[in-house]
Design a protein around this ligand. Structure first.
Ligand SMILES: N[C@@H](CCC(=O)N[C@@H](CS)C(=O)NCC(=O)O)C(=O)O
Length: 349
């Protein structure tokens, strides 16, 4: 813009847009208030517990011999119950098939899905779901019968492949084979037990799912050693907590619960050593653990919420080691950024 232009009196159009801009700034200032509880959090508070939809894969979510739910996603749920209700037990887990769980979430039967939901724009923008942070970076895999002698996905030309209905696996599988110029026959199955049985009974040559899911499933099969997970990953599957739209504060509680687990690991704070950090002189640790209650007071949480998560559930790494390490998982992408992974917590301030 030249000097002459800049001193020209403003046109009507320019004046109107300036007034509009000023009023938008004012509106923005008005909107920049705390994220208020919406219908989901209201329901949770009056019910006194969270309803979470999960799957049935060992390592991620499965009941133990006494019927108590255990697993990576289950522990994230318990951490969330601490944030929202101050008690890790105030969450009820119910298994639901991949096909039924998103509609059930939409219908309000669940407050959250902790079931390995992949973040996609269709789910976010067409279906109106919202996602917390990615808690597990996965990719779709293929589990095949060993006696087929197949060592790579490319050798599955013409194979019959089982896929669970309602999962991202359906489209990924078609995309993968189209890209390779190969053919396959899909057998779409809703129920997880039927899905596993299809492989065991030889109705399919392979099954496809998130690879962590397949590793857990392999353990459920009668002769796990008869199957092999192929090396290819057909897709990116960033798995995240999913909630229905319309409750900003609920979404933020989900976000910051996950970040608290990651932040604790970044700071080297564990369930074992958390008490030794309570008299830390580091201001950010004091705010995080509530020794300085100013942050928690400002955001409307119990000053001890993050401390209680760490004490009861542990940090992200502890949750991973407890449930996924025994299945042979290495941290890989699911490590904190300072250790070469993708997990990164925003600052607590
Ligand atoms: N990430 C995929 C698949 C979701 C999915 O099927 N998750 C697995 C766990 S990672 C599951 O629920 N498996 C069936 C079960 O556990 O019963 C998606 O969002 O569509």
């Amino acid at each position: 813009m030249g000097l002459v232009d800049s001193v020209k009196p403003a046109s009507v159009k320019q004046r109107v847009s300036r007034v509009l801009a000023a009023s938008l700034v004012a509106a923005g200032a008005l909107m920049a208030t705390a994220a208020y509880a919406g219908p989901t959090l209201d329901k949770i508070t009056s019910r006194g517990s969270i309803k979470a939809g999960v799957g049935t894969t060992p390592g991620f979510f499965s009941p133990d011999s006494s019927g108590r739910w255990q697993g990576f996603f289950v522990d994230i749920g318990r951490a969330l119950a601490i944030t929202a209700l101050g008690d890790p037990e105030k969450i009820e887990f119910t298994s639901s098939s991949p096909q039924q769980r998103l509609p059930a979430l939409q219908a309000g039967e669940f407050d959250i899905l902790l079931s390995g939901v992949t973040i996609t724009p269709t789910r976010a923008l067409q279906l109106g779901f919202h996602f917390g942070p990615t808690v597990f970076y996965d990719g779709q895999g293929l589990l095949v019968r060993k006696d087929l002698g197949v060592t790579s996905a490319a050798e599955l030309d013409g194979a019959t492949i089982g896929v669970q209905s309602g999962t991202t696996g359906e489209l990924n599988l078609a995309d993968f084979f189209r890209k390779q110029g190969k053919s396959f026959k899909p057998l779409t199955i809703e129920d997880t037990r039927q899905f596993n049985a299809a492989l065991e009974e030889g109705r399919v040559d392979a099954i496809t799912q998130d690879s962590a899911d397949l590793v857990g499933k392999q353990r459920q099969l009668k002769n796990p050693e008869n199957y092999v997970l192929l090396p290819e990953r057909l897709s990116k599957e960033p798995l995240a907590p999913a909630i229905a739209g319309g409750d900003d504060r609920w979404l933020e509680l989900v976000n910051w619960t996950v970040y608290a687990l990651i932040q604790a690991e970044e700071l080297g704070i564990t369930s074992e050593n958390v008490d030794t950090f309570l008299d830390s002189q580091d201001p950010s640790i004091r705010r995080f653990l509530g020794a300085d209650p100013s942050l928690a007071q400002a955001i409307g949480l119990d000053p001890k919420w993050a401390y209680n998560i760490i004490k009861n559930v542990g940090n992200y790494g502890e949750v991973f080691e407890r449930h996924l390490k025994p299945l042979g998982w290495e941290r890989g992408y699911n490590n904190i950024w300072t250790n070469g992974g993708l997990l990164y917590s925003p600052p607590f301030r």
